[in-house]
Design a protein around this ligand. Structure first.
Ligand code: 5AD
Length: 331
């Protein structure tokens, strides 16, 4: 697939043929299995000031929390009880809180005490940090590059270099060399974003040979500068467009693990998560963050809890999967 074909698929009046093609490829590479990954949001403290994110440093209205290590391990135990296989440890970017040593120790504890695989999502970190965590047993890292449009990236990330290599693409390449399975991706519908740049984002995922793809709609947060920015986007913020991007990611990277994201379910609480699976996604990431903290991880408003971490809510999710001829697999 080249850029012209990707653009044609993004602009086509109807998406269903593309979705069917993506489902067929997923059936070939993944069978009928869907992975569940337990998302644990470690802390809402963040050093960064990204213009779109409700957890940005300058948002004085945001309430900040940080989980204790024993709470994190308890969440990972719950993931094991629910048959998940993997936990994703995600946090606002704060190396002072999540030091190299602390994260390495936490990874060892989660691996040793629960047997869960660990995916890290802790933002832009040094090569020495990610090397230590790989050594401790973390094998996967998620870092969205958000957009490959360098001018747009620089505009929404204060302090980001304007020239040279994209800092997040550079980190993803470094981590690939360190032996990580890497996940990249973008937001859709940013002010000033173009369809052409989304096509470039998709081609970049293939060029990176991404093992995982994280992409979803941009949801404006009124407490942020970008949330108040009325600049139009050349990219729609809707379920159909997001699903087209899942389908194209599936065609470009047949073996990738692609979650149907929380942001998509927030756009369409009734059908979003299943529509993601109907367009080639193969992963759910139920939120296992303790209820006391969950509301404070407000990267965008109205962030829905895909499922409560109770066993019967997970059962309901499994029943949903069955309606599509899919089933939960552990891994
Ligand atoms: N809307 C949608 N997604 C967002 N993210 C951050 N802020 C928003 C927002 N307002 C996404 C970014 C980030 C991930 C953790 O959450 O892509 O990488």
């Amino acid at each position: 697939m080249d850029k012209a074909e990707i653009l044609a698929a993004l602009r086509a009046p109807e998406g269903e043929a593309l979705f069917a093609q993506a489902r067929a490829v997923r059936a070939e590479t993944k069978g009928d299995g869907v992975f569940f990954r337990g998302l644990i949001e470690l802390s809402s403290v963040c050093d960064r000031d990204c213009l779109y994110c409700g957890m940005r440093r300058s948002n004085a209205a945001a309430h900040r929390y940080a989980m204790r290590d024993d709470e994190v391990v308890a969440c990972a135990r719950l993931a094991r009880e629910l048959g998940f296989g993997t936990v994703v440890l995600q946090a606002g970017e704060c190396p002072a809180l999540w030091t190299r040593r602390r994260v390495a120790e936490l990874v060892r504890r989660v691996r040793g005490e629960t047997g869960q695989h660990v995916t890290l999502s802790l933002g832009e970190r040094t090569e020495a940090d990610t090397a230590a965590w790989r050594e401790a047993g973390a094998a996967r890292y998620l870092l969205r590059f958000e957009t490959t449009d360098r001018a747009l990236f620089a505009r929404i990330h204060p302090g980001a270099p304007v020239g040279g290599e994209h800092p997040r693409l550079a980190q993803l390449r470094r981590m690939k060399a360190q032996g990580y399975a890497i996940g990249g991706g973008m937001m859709l519908g940013l002010p000033g974003q173009t369809l052409e740049s989304v096509a470039d984002d998709l081609l970049t995922l293939r060029e990176l040979n991404a093992d995982m793809v994280g992409l979803g709609p941009y949801l404006a947060h009124p407490g942020t500068p970008l949330g108040r920015d009325k600049t139009p986007s050349g990219v729609p913020v809707d379920v159909d467009f997001t699903c087209r991007c899942y389908a194209l990611a599936r065609l470009l990277l047949p073996h990738a693990n692609i979650p149907s994201t929380t942001a998509l379910s927030t756009l369409d609480p009734a059908n979003g998560r299943l529509r993601g699976l109907s367009s080639g996604a193969n992963v759910f990431m139920p939120n296992l963050t303790p209820a006391a903290y969950r509301a404070d991880y407000q990267i965008y408003p109205g962030k829905i809890c895909v499922v409560a971490p109770q066993a019967d809510a997970i059962d309901a999710l499994r029943a949903d999967l069955a309606t599509l001829g899919l089933r939960q697999v552990t891994g």
